[in-house]
Design a protein around this ligand. Structure first.
Ligand code: RIB
Ligand code: NA
Length: 313
């Protein structure tokens, strides 16, 4: 059955408005449609891995409100071990107002709420269960102290860590995350972490190499419509994109990471897991929403079968 995946991260309720264009300051504008769904980078990655059959536990915090109750129910329904998802009295659940344009391009605001209360002590409290994981996923929608603490703890325990340094923040102390086994930034996050240009694939490779030279074992740069780039001390590999017509790209990075993790803990094959993640992310952007757009194992199998057919035709 393979390894267990632990996620120490955020959850949000996504409030997605599909727009023709953003209103100007002081302007009121009608928009075509709205959809509410479960999101948050930690939760999205956990749900993607679990929908594909991964064995997933989550450490997260919700508010003592209706969104929090619904969020915990959603984890349970997704087959995630949510015993370490708790409500913080007197707080609001995290929410993310998201605006999606016709092109599929998205703009996301996050109000972290209860996610700000996920502290190092909460990771300690979950340590006995986290110890049974072979890979721990982290993002940056919880306090940075909790991220640093989890990396240090996992390193001492000999557990591999994947850090997705998202959303990009100049506050991240890069020196404190170099022990992560995997660092998975997009181009913006990589530029902020290194202070280097990352617009082209060559630039991204050079910037990733700087992190590898500082001690990160494996850097995987997600390149959006260009696929993904693997950079380690020994090799550089480009995983080509799976081209689809995008409907809503929000959550694509999370789909990639959740699927990557689910494949990797079984296969230990980084390149195969990247191709798996890229394909899962491509499928997800053909549908609106974040978690709502993540396929289960059967749905993903059907998408993959369609790709093979198209190539053979
Ligand atoms: O990565 C996409 C996610 O970012 C959304 O689900 C939103 O909640 C924000 O956390
Ligand atoms: Na989507």
């Amino acid at each position: 059955s393979g390894g267990r995946i632990g996620v120490v991260g955020s959850n949000m309720v996504d409030l997605v408005t599909y727009i023709d264009r953003m209103p100007e300051a002081g302007e009121t504008l009608a928009a075509p449609s709205f959809s509410m769904g479960h999101g948050g980078k930690g939760a999205n990655q956990a749900v993607a891995a679990a929908r594909l059959g991964g064995d997933v536990m989550l450490v997260s915090r919700v508010g003592d409100d209706l969104f929090g109750e619904g969020t915990i129910r959603n984890f349970q329904e997704s087959g995630i071990d949510a015993r370490h998802v708790r409500a913080v009295p007197g707080t609001q659940s995290g929410v993310a107002p998201i605006f999606v344009e016709l092109s599929g391009e998205n703009r996301i605001l996050i109000v972290k709420g209860a996610n700000e209360h996920l502290l190092p002590a909460d990771v300690e409290a979950a340590a006995e269960d986290l110890r049974r994981c072979s890979l721990i996923l982290l993002q940056l929608e919880i306090p940075l102290e909790t991220v640093y603490h989890t990396i240090d703890w996992a390193t001492r325990e000999g557990i591999e860590v994947l850090l997705n340094p998202a959303p990009a923040t100049p506050e991240l102390d890069v020196g404190r995350v170099l022990a992560a086994t995997f660092l998975v930034p997009n181009q913006t996050e990589l530029a902020i972490m290194t202070g280097l240009p990352t617009a082209t694939r060559e630039e991204a490779e050079r910037a990733a190499r700087v992190l590898v030279e500082k001690g990160v074992r494996t850097v995987i740069v997600t390149l959006g419509a260009e696929g993904a780039l693997l950079v380690t001390a020994e090799r550089v590999r480009h995983v080509p994109p799976v081209t689809v017509r995008p409907r809503d790209t929000s959550g694509a990075g999370d789909a990639f990471i959740g699927a990557f993790a689910q494949h990797y803990v079984r296969s230990r094959d980084i390149e195969a897991a990247m191709a798996w993640g890229a394909t899962y992310a491509a499928d997800s952007i053909t549908r609106p929403g974040t978690q709502k757009a993540f396929a289960d194992a059967a749905g993903f199998e059907a998408f993959r079968a369609g790709l093979t057919g198209a190539r053979g035709a």
